[in-house]
Write a protein that binds this ligand. Sequence first.
Ligand code: NCD
Ligand code: ZN
Ligand code: ZN
Length: 352
Amino acid sequence: MKTHTLLMPLDMHLHLRDGAMLETVGPLTSYTFSGAVVMPNLVPPVTEKEELLAYRQRVLTACGQSRYDVEFDDLMEEEGLGGDFEPFMTLFYQNYDREFLDDIKEEIIGIKLYPAGITTNSEGGVKSFDLDAMRPTLQAMSDLEIPLLVHGETNGFVMDREAEFMNVYELLAKNFPKLKIIMEHITTKAAVEMLERYENLYATITIHHLLITLDDVAGGMLQPHLFCKPIAKRPEDREALLKVALDAHPKVMFGSDSAPHPQHAKESCGCAAGVFTAPIALQLLCELFDRHGKLENLQAFVSDNAQSIYAICPEFKEVTLVNTPFKVPEKYGNVVPMYAGKTIGWSIEGVE
Ligand code: NCD
Ligand code: ZN
Ligand code: ZN
């Protein structure tokens, strides 16, 4: 039997939603993570300070309680939930003025930019990358040291969307060399290569994009619970992602992009995009890094890199994992997780 301990795991890209869904999924993250970057794509999106603070409070409240009955819960209740989890809040990108940004900067870790209509709840996003229109906001963010988090996809052919977006990343990186830009949930070799080209570009990588390709989503029977944006790509893309993740390249961080949708919204004609991985992410990461003989690099990938990139100091948490099998529950509330019903090689042994 082998164990592995992680200190202060961080999920640098997470969807917690709101209301009953937040109550279901919040504790699943706060159990094992010290903190998470909370995405602002609610309906309507988070664009005002008051809303942001109120949402933060709802997140904190939800993360201190547990309200569903799966086996995993008992474990969480024994451990005691909440209290040592920090939600790092984000604002939905719009053109904001400097005064507003100056006032809100202490409350946020960054601002998340979505191209309009490209993913779940992004209708209010940016319609065209008109640098002149965006310059005052981006310059103010740069001056105030507010990172820009980006869902980087064009509205081109679905497999090419991320690669086509590299021009936009270059434009942003060149024009705002002091602005920290995080390429969220990268899925391609093209995006990995960008990391070396611009000092101010960083990236988050999900666990599902390290494990699956488009073949797993659509190569056999269609797998709605593996469908997400950006769609999983080719084996060579996954290889490129794996390389930087397993080496814990200092510019990459773990961000689950765990994106819960109710079962009926996934298993339907018109499947919502998003893979729910929050409760199994650390177990899968341990299994993957162990399989490649790289467990010693996991700490940097799930916490240390993010601490340096964002200059954050997370709440203390020590999570011990063990290589005994864990059967993934069929559902958490009304959400079906990735690998539901399957057995994975590592489980959570305890949290302190
Ligand atoms: C996310 C969601 O459901 O909010 N979906 C997804 O497929 N990744 C949105 C996003 O991160 O793009
Ligand atoms: Zn996204
Ligand atoms: Zn996301």
